[in-house]
Design a protein around this ligand. Structure first.
Ligand SMILES: Cc1cc2nc3c(=O)[nH]c(=O)nc-3n(C[C@H](O)[C@H](O)[C@H](O)COP(=O)(O)OP(=O)(O)OC[C@H]3O[C@@H](n4cnc5c(N)ncnc54)[C@H](O)[C@@H]3O)c2cc1C
Length: 387
């Protein structure tokens, strides 16, 4: 992100120095953290940020935030990128959900810890047979007095192996009732019967299959009324999709997926330019002067500019598709060295081109597939259903 046109106030410049000091004191730039959207902020940085309200910097100060505006949020994200530092803390979109629907117990004992970054969460929506069609969930929660007994299996529970709680979608009535018999829970991951086993994804990241076997939790862990889970889940889901956030034009630290992917995309474009500038063609010219390479980089830059400006729900499918298209093309142009991974002799700029080629296809799946986003966008535009 180019801030050269912006005149920062003395307060903003002081914030910039503060952020840099915290990161430099607590984090060694790690080029393996290329897929910044799947790694969590290093714990030491998280604790320092938390003390200053910078974990959820847009929240008001009396809610544990720093009351900062969009420019400051973008500045924090930009500095983190410079240091190749992941910024994911947890699922910050759950904070308003817990404020609105959480039990008094959750609000007192769990919500403050989530705000401070001490308690982390993961999302338990998808199941082996129900990904896009989340409302077909079969993981069952059966009430037994003041407790619930949960049995089932969730698929792709990212961070399930390193979170304190899972925001779990469970069936509390007949499956045929679909949206009308779902209930949300915040289940502690250390409850007996919860198990997370790894699923390794292209590009090197980890997600999980999570199993729930006779998991017994108190009713205090229920979020919202019984059978109202679809309504409770809809808000954080919409926020994740970029439909419920008002500031998509500029990326907050824990912003929409489209903006997060644009940040990843920007690193990739940067790596491509650095590679081309450092290589020569057979006739001794810079690869930047080679028409095919030049055209590919120019198109990637144009795509990136469009992605930065794609608001709300449009951002995610656009940036996922643009990243995949450009990563494939650039890997071809930079082959064979463009296919070498991070750490391998001769790999380019921390293996960024190779790793993006592997990481990019997943961006059109997780958080909802591109087809589902297209369906949602079409519905919002008032287009007729295809079936
Ligand atoms: C790396 C990774 C991390 C993830 N992290 C999480 C997580 O933390 N928590 C979580 O709950 N889930 C997570 N997911 C799950 C993700 O949200 C689902 O994979 C996604 O919603 C698609 O579901 P599915 O894989 O079951 O595919 P399916 O729903 O079976 O879809 C298969 C294909 O059919 C298409 N399709 C399906 N329905 C329609 C339709 N109505 N119209 C048009 N096309 C359709 C899809 O677009 C896709 O191409 C993650 C997935 C991945 C890959």
């Amino acid at each position: 992100m180019d801030f050269s046109q912006v005149d920062f106030t003395p307060e903003q410049l002081a914030l910039e120095s503060e952020i840099r000091e915290i990161i430099e004191a607590n984090w060694t730039p790690n080029y393996a953290h290329i897929a910044v959207d799947h790694d969590r902020m290093p714990v030491k940085v998280r604790m320092e940020f938390a003390k200053r309200g910078l974990l959820h910097p847009d929240l008001p100060k009396d809610q544990g935030g720093a009351g900062l505006g969009e420019l400051e949020l973008e500045m924090i994200a930009g500095i983190a990128d410079e240091y190749w530092m992941p910024t994911n803390v947890s699922n910050s979109m759950l904070i308003p959900t817990l404020e609105k629907h959480g039990s008094a117990w959750l609000k007192e004992h769990v919500l403050p810890g989530i705000r401070r970054g001490e308690i982390t969460t993961c999302l338990g929506y998808s199941e082996p047979d129900n990904g896009s069609d989340i409302a077909a969930a079969t993981t069952k929660a059966v009430q037994d007095g003041d407790t619930w007994v949960i049995n089932g299996q969730k698929m792709w529970t990212t961070w399930g192996n390193e979170s304190d709680y899972v925001f779990l979608l469970a069936r509390t009535g007949a499956v045929e009732e679909k949206h009308r018999t779902l209930t949300m829970f915040l289940v502690p991951m250390d409850t007996p019967g919860v198990e997370a086993t790894p699923v390794w994804i292209l590009g090197g990241g980890r997600t999980n299959v999570t199993f729930y076997t006779d998991v017994t939790v108190s009713d205090q862990y229920r979020i919202g009324p019984v059978n109202e889970g679809w309504n409770v889940m809809s808000e954080p889901l919409a926020t994740e999709h970029g439909a419920g956030v008002e500031t998509q034009g500029v990326a907050p630290v824990n912003g929409t997926m489209g903006q997060t992917f644009s940040r990843v995309f920007e690193k990739f474009v940067d790596a491509s330019i650095k590679w081309a500038a450092s290589r020569k063609t057979a006739d001794g010219k810079s690869r930047l002067e080679d028409p095919i390479t030049r055209m590919a980089i120019a198109e990637a830059m144009l795509d990136l500019e469009m992605c930065w400006n794609a608001e709300g729900e449009l951002g995610k499918p656009m940036s996922a598709e643009a990243l995949s298209r450009n990563a494939d093309r650039m890997a071809d142009i930079a082959a064979p060295e463009g296919l070498l991974d991070f750490g391998v002799d001769g790999s380019i700029y921390a293996g960024n081109i190779a790793s993006e080629r592997q990481h990019a296809p997943g961006t059109s799946v997780y958080g909802g597939t591109t087809e589902i986003y297209r369906n949602n966008l079409a519905r919002r535009l008032g287009l007729p259903r295809p079936y």
